[in-house]
Design a protein around this ligand. Sequence first.
Ligand code: ADE
Length: 229
Amino acid sequence: MRIDILTILPGLLNGPFHHSILKRAQEKNIAEIHVHDLRKWSTDKHRRVDDYAFGGEAGMVMMIEPIDRAISQLKAERKYDEIIYTSPDGELFNQSLANQLSLMNNILILCGHYKGVDHRVREHLITREISIGDYVLTGGELAAAVITDAIVRLLPGALSDGSSALSDSFQDNLLAPPVYTRPAEYNGWKVPEVLLSGDHKKIEEWKMQQSLERTKKLRPDLLKKYEDE
Ligand code: ADE
């Protein structure tokens, strides 16, 4: 899978994709992540990509021209399944959306900034708008990093234990059960006996019961979704 990210702050995205699972997924050619500096497509001599808003609104607006030039060039090189704009007023990102996007071949993410983009970008160039939560970030780069991370770890072969992505919290609208490792007792705090029993059936039952209890206590909204499905 290939993910292209268009941003005015490419430096902000240097870190997240060069460590751990995302780094390994790229080395194994499971994922290709390309970060592009939007200013490359500016025709302005100062490489500006923003301008004042019409109508006297405060704050700068990202111009349509460099964005259109960038998207057109990338689209000429490959077909994108989705062209996503990160914005606090987009559809809320969740595990189900991450699963859907992980099945695609090519996606392009445009990171929003300032007051936003010229609305014609949203009307004509974008296929989907995604928010990572009901709060406002200074820009869409961290949202793009979150979306990319959640997608790439789902790609076959990205996790060393392929089954573990399926047992994540949210994968079936339930929170994951607690996990423990050695020592079996620390400071008098014991690991639940059942996990040391070797009885796989009992262990699975315990995990399910823990998932249900934790979801009921911490995320009753998810439990309702689980019961409805
Ligand atoms: N840009 C600013 N805030 C955002 C959010 N919550 N999600 C996605 N993009 C954003």
